[in-house]
Design a protein around this ligand. Structure first.
Ligand SMILES: O=C(O)C1=C[C@@H](OP(=O)(O)O)[C@@H](O)[C@H](O)C1
Ligand SMILES: C=C(OP(=O)(O)O)C(=O)O
Length: 417
């Protein structure tokens, strides 16, 4: 049954506390599993992607339980091979857990949602083969047997996803001779996510060198157990801030970090360029809409997660918005370029794919429709933003938001009023 999305009868105004970052939560879980003792994570995300990560690490022998206001993660003496690890549609699970599985005492098998087998995996699995693992399959489902002897270098083409590099780097310190990862392909997307990986490793005492733009060297050694506070998810926060921009309202997100490697942090600059007012405080961010938004040219290579929300803003702005640098999002939860083109056209937006992005003509006459989510949380966010201005828009599967924010429908309804 499609769900009607709220229309804004008045400017959207309020404050919204968003849950923890998916990217940080799932990295912190993996690093805690690899650490030299028990760790505690506070502010961790609770959603389908983090549940899948908890279950995956549990299957490898990691103990993870709620303790007070945090998650206590205790690594096993040795990881055990897992009969079945369900990756769902989570990129962080399918790309970060297989490297951990090569440290186990036996083989592990990986499965996922039907569409998960369309997501690129080949370069990561090749990287694991270069480290000595035996891997059967090149996409989900696949099976991994740990190496008899570990090698210390992997050269892979990571242009389809930064997560291949991140996944390998996460285990580097635990290999007998450490690990050198080289990216050999074209443009590497989502570089801030790789920096998030290296920063989180360094925070845990791991030495990571980057001799050049496409090479990372992780020294062998211990990964220190930590007590970590996870930042709010700034990409999910952007959807709420965008609601202010498209309705002339004012929305504040508290606990916005002063400095963050989350790509969602870049949203503030983007929405400002489109004409909204942005107030960056030491511990919050506020976006206010006012005059009509204007279309912009924007390279989202560093922050491709933001493409659906920027596409929604472009559709509701005046003039043309051209998003570039995101060819690889054809391999995200769904082919996002095709999905965005199709769904925007369904309500009357002139949208067309380019070689590496989208061209969106704002100011078209828009009509309501039932939009499709393609199991993609961020396609629901697109529909929710469009519905604020186009009365009657519905979404076929609002449950897709459970991937990173199960509470999105209630939080959205609460804010829109
Ligand atoms: O490492 C991460 O946490 C992520 C990296 C990015 O993946 P890609 O490089 O595949 O875009 C991003 O889009 C994804 O949502 C999360
Ligand atoms: C691309 C995304 O997710 P994943 O971690 O599954 O790659 C996303 O959340 O936009």
């Amino acid at each position: 049954m499609p769900t009607q999305l709220p229309h804004a009868e008045a400017p959207v105004t309020g404050e919204i506390v968003v849950p923890g970052s998916k990217s940080e939560t799932n990295r912190a879980l993996v690093l805690a599993a690899l650490a030299d003792g028990p760790s505690v994570l506070r502010g961790a995300l609770k959603s389908r992607d983090s549940d899948l990560m908890v279950a995956a690490l549990g299957a490898l022998g990691v103990s993870i339980r709620q303790s007070g206001d945090g998650l206590r993660v205790a690594p096993p003496v040795r990881f055990k091979g897992a009969a079945n690890i369900d990756c769902g549609l989570a990129g962080t699970v399918m790309r970060f857990v297989p490297p951990v599985a090569i440290l186990a005492d036996g083989p592990s098998s990986f499965t996922g949602d039907p569409h998960a087998s369309e997501r690129p995996m080949g370069p990561l699995l090749d990287g694991l083969r270069q480290l000595g693992a035996l891997v059967r399959g090149d996409r989900l489902p696949f099976r991994i047997s740990p190496p008899a002897q570990y090698h210390a270098t992997a050269s892979i083409d990571s242009s389809a996803s930064s997560q291949f590099v991140s996944g390998l780097l996460l285990i580097g310190a635990r290999l007998p001779e450490g690990l050198t990862v080289r990216h050999t392909g074209g443009r590497l997307p989502s570089r801030p996510h790789i920096e998030m990986t290296t920063q989180m490793l360094r925070e845990r005492g791991v030495s990571v060198a980057q001799p050049d733009d496409t090479t990372w060297r992780v020294a062998p050694g211990r990964i220190a157990a930590t007590d970590t506070l996870i930042e709010p998810d700034l990409t999910n926060a952007s959807v709420f801030l965008a609601a202010a921009a498209v309705t002339g309202g004012t929305v504040t997100v508290p606990a916005w970090p002063r400095r963050s490697l989350q790509p969602g942090a870049l949203f503030l600059d983007i929405v400002e360029r489109m004409g909204a007012d942005v107030d960056r405080k030491a511990d919050s961010a506020t976006v206010s809409g006012g005059a009509a938004l204007r279309g912009i040219d924007v390279d989202l290579s560093a922050a491709s997660e933001l493409t659906p929300v920027v596409a929604a803003l472009g559709a509701l702005a005046e003039g043309t918005t051209t998003i570039s640098g995101v060819a690889h999002i054809r391999g995200h939860e769904t082919d996002r370029l095709a999905a965005l083109e199709t769904e925007l056209r369904r309500i009357g937006v002139e949208a067309s794919q380019t070689a590496d992005g989208l061209r969106i003509v704002g100011g078209c006459d828009l009509r309501p429709a039932v939009l499709h989510a393609y199991a993609d949380h961020r396609m629901v966010h697109l529909a929710a933003l469009l519905a604020l201005r186009v009365n009657g828009i519905e979404i076929d599967d609002i449950g897709a938001v459970s991937k990173t924010m199960p509470d999105f429908p209630a939080a959205w309804a609460g804010l829109i009023g």
